[in-house]
Design a protein around this ligand. Sequence first.
Ligand SMILES: [Zn+2]
Ligand SMILES: [Zn+2]
Length: 95
Amino acid sequence: MPNRKRRSRRPQLGTVAWRRLRLQALDRDGNQCTRCGNVAPLEAHHLDPHAGDTLNNLTTLCRDCHLDTHGRRPKHARDPEWDRLVNDLLRNPNG
Ligand SMILES: [Zn+2]
Ligand SMILES: [Zn+2]
């Protein structure tokens, strides 16, 4: 009978796709920071935060350079890329 439980266990495709794309960017850049050559921890940075998730729009930065690039300012709480970065870190502190 219509007693459906509302358990949507949809896979998070957006996250999976993003992780894959990020890995591709890291791989393309030789798994090192394009700024300082650091090899960890690495993150993908959007060259243009509004240009979307494409390989050409991503570059590999270590976390320090990445934070530096974003200026560590509260302003970036509204940066869509920054939002995602923070979410990603929260979900996967080692990734
Ligand atoms: Zn770096
Ligand atoms: Zn960035």
